[in-house]
Design a protein around this ligand. Sequence first.
Ligand SMILES: [Zn+2]
Length: 116
Amino acid sequence: MHFLVPGLLAWLLFRPVWKGAWMIMLASMLVDADHLLSTPIFSAGRCSIGFHPLHTGWAMLVYGIMLLVPRPWVRMLAVGLLFHMLTDFIDCLWMFSKCAGCCQHSSVQWVCGFFR
Ligand SMILES: [Zn+2]
């Protein structure tokens, strides 16, 4: 999922240079380096969306603006980053479906209503 779907997106959006686009989008996975800034680095019941500095609404706004920058590699990176946010968000929803209490402690409490 985390490797193949960016490849598909790269192929759909940046076909002439899709291999390069795929590499850049995989590099966007480095955004998870911000997890290293938090303690504990990994926590089972924690949703990374809204918690880590590069996973907040403000960061996503920046990624959205990056889509408008007329430089292909900036756009590729932005698509990769936004896709990363989406997969992290899906991970959170998956976790909440098993642990409704986890949702109450997360930064995306607006989705909690679906898991009661
Ligand atoms: Zn992440």
